[in-house]
Design a protein around this ligand. Structure first.
Ligand SMILES: Nc1ncnc2c1ncn2[C@@H]1O[C@H](COP(=O)(O)OP(=O)(O)O)[C@@H](O)[C@H]1O
Ligand SMILES: Nc1ccn([C@@H]2O[C@H](COP(=O)(O)OP(=O)(O)O)[C@@H](O)[C@H]2O)c(=O)n1
Ligand SMILES: [Mg+2]
Length: 238
């Protein structure tokens, strides 16, 4: 299991921006002491600091859209929990039917399953910078990640968007998703308030949360997002 040995995560944004950039390149992790099975090819680069960003926000708040821009500019690997679950359904896995039913109901898939799927993606990646989008969606998700992966996020983004705007965007999303309909979106908004907002509060209290005003054009919103990543001086920046 990985174990963190240092972090700048507790610092506020203002503090982080004056932190010596080399701090961010410290080796935060010790090598595995217990064996999480890993593929030969796609290991984390152990000499690099895994950098984990959780991306939170209600359905339709623009998480996926902004993640694509972060990937382009900063070379992150984008792991959308929803996409990973939808791929699991498409692969006809044993859990597929249960996942599909859960998504249709706007409920949360059992945390251990989601975390193990995320873990598989992380371990098969050559990258060390991860955007984990739509996760954690509940305190149970959050705790399962800590227990199974043995890590915490470096930063947490929260796309703050009014419900009527989220509903409008979801109903216009047009990606053929089974949950983009009025009945499911109403349920999802309730689940978001009840289960996801406590996670937002948790990271706010720990000084890890960056709240983004998610109303405006995609570019206007990205103007708030870009500086959060630019401060870390990642190698690939444009
Ligand atoms: N700032 C924005 N203004 C208007 N529509 C947006 C904006 N950002 C994203 N969208 C659109 O809203 C829908 C939901 O965006 P998406 O990124 O899928 O949100 P999420 O992943 O949070 O559910 C998509 O159709 C997307 O193109
Ligand atoms: N951590 C997660 C993420 C998604 N999901 C399920 O997947 C659905 C779609 O998630 P998503 O992240 O693709 O949704 P959007 O916020 O992009 O609209 C959620 O409503 C849940 O049913 C989950 O159970 N647990
Ligand atoms: Mg999404």
């Amino acid at each position: 299991m990985w174990r963190r040995v240092a972090s700048v995560s507790h610092l506020t944004f203002a503090q982080k921006s004056i932190v010596n950039k080399d701090v961010c390149k410290l080796k935060f992790w010790e090598a595995f002491s217990t064996g999480i099975p890993r593929k030969e090819k796609g290991t984390f680069q152990r000499d690099k600091t895994p950098f984990i960003t959780f991306v939170l926000g209600g359905p339709g708040s623009g998480k996926g859209t902004q993640c694509m821009k972060i990937v382009e500019n900063f070379g992150f690997t984008h792991l959308s929990a929803g996409d990973i679950l939808r791929r699991e359904i498409a692969s006809n896995s044993a859990d597929g039917t249960m996942i599909l039913d859960t998504i249709k109901e706007g409920k949360i898939v059992p945390s251990e399953l989601t975390v193990k799927l995320i873990q598989k993606e992380m371990e098969s990646s050559d990258n060390y910078k991860f955007l984990i989008d739509g996760f954690p969606r509940s305190e149970d998700n959050r705790i399962a990640f800590e227990q199974i992966i043995g890590a915490e996020p470096d930063i947490v983004l929260f796309f703050d968007c009014p419900e009527d705007e989220m509903m409008k965007r979801v109903l216009n999303r047009n990606q053929g998703r089974v949950d983009d309909n009025i009945d499911t979106i109403k349920k999802r908004l309730k689940v978001f308030s009840a289960l996801n907002l406590p996670v937002v509060k948790y990271y706010l209290e720990r000084g890890k949360l960056y709240k983004i005003n998610a109303v405006g054009t995609v570019d206007e919103i990205y103007k708030q997002v870009y500086p959060l990543f630019a401060q870390f001086n990642f190698e690939q920046q444009v």
